[in-house]
Design a binder for this molecule. Sequence first.
Ligand SMILES: Nc1ncnc2c1ncn2[C@@H]1O[C@H](COP(=O)(O)OP(=O)(O)OP(=O)(O)O)[C@@H](O)[C@H]1O
Length: 363
Amino acid sequence: MAQITLNNLAHSYLPDPSSEDDWALKPFDHIWDDGGAYALLGSSGCGKSTLLNIISGLLQPSQGRILFDGKDVTHAATAERNIAQVFQFPVVYDTMTVRDNLAFPLKNRGMRADYIKARVDQIAAMIGMEEVLSRKARGLTADAKQKISLGRGMVREDVNAILFDEPLTVIDPHMKFELRTQLKALHREFGHTMIYVTHDQTEALTFADKVVVMSEGRVVQMGTPKELFERPAHTFVGYFIGSPGMNFLEAKVSGSRAVIDGYEIPLGAAYSNGPLEGRVQLGIRPEFCALSDEGDGLPVQIERVEDVGRHRIVRARAAGTELNISVPEGAPVPADANRLILAPEQINIYADNWRVAPIGEAS
Ligand SMILES: Nc1ncnc2c1ncn2[C@@H]1O[C@H](COP(=O)(O)OP(=O)(O)OP(=O)(O)O)[C@@H](O)[C@H]1O
């Protein structure tokens, strides 16, 4: 296992990049700690696979360096990097048995037969395939084949890191949860550095200790699931994490008060001595908005109420903006609610899309 350091790394698929948009991956620095479980999360085209391919050595970056435990591997071939990779679609040898598929990376490295047997048995138990070890891979379902790919990715103990590129795409929805849980358990047991690429927030938030959120070729935040939920560093993280995502309202902010459409909103912290500059928005998650039929909150019109199982989502409009309010199971939605109450401690403030830290916040 290794610590992976990305140093001023950037990539463009164009020979002569000129504008910012020409870069699939904009310059950034980053450290993946040895033994960490990371997810790389972002929508399609944000640069996740580009970054993963640079780490694995399938792609040479246009600029910057990549270090494994301090050693520069920027120009090292994939094989020299000692990395295991699991792709979106199963890569298995149909004519081999499940056991031989799982054993393949170990045999390749000349491991002893008794070690191989014990290790394959251990991995097979983790992925629930002990019963089919002597079957040929041909004829197995796509699910089962992908489980073999996952198992093979994890069979070697001596890899620097394991990279997963949307590994659950072909897995049946009901199996996804189980496999995610198994991956997490495998991480806890073996302690490999794992990087898991996905566009699915549930996968990212359940698998990873730290999630790296990317948008348009840029890393916009790296944090624990809790940090991403409570303090999104960028409006994109606010929208992207959560279901539905964070609400944003145009505001003027000065000190510890915001003004939206002429209405004063108390904030849980002070932001500046004078008014904040740029495009200022107040961000609040649907879970921290409440409706009232009295008082002096922001005027709101309810447009519809949707039942989403354990709670309801009220779709509403305030200050000319559509927003969502989450109402917990059993709580009433007042029939003539016309005020929106925002929990002051849960408000985040953004200037030109980036979160503004309140005065005195520990970084
Ligand atoms: N081989 C290539 N040649 C030119 N442009 C590419 C190439 N591969 C990716 N790109 C572009 O680079 C950008 C980042 O793509 P990348 O595949 O890294 O994103 P992604 O987040 O992995 O997306 P997805 O989830 O759809 O795989 C996109 O604009 C894409 O069109």
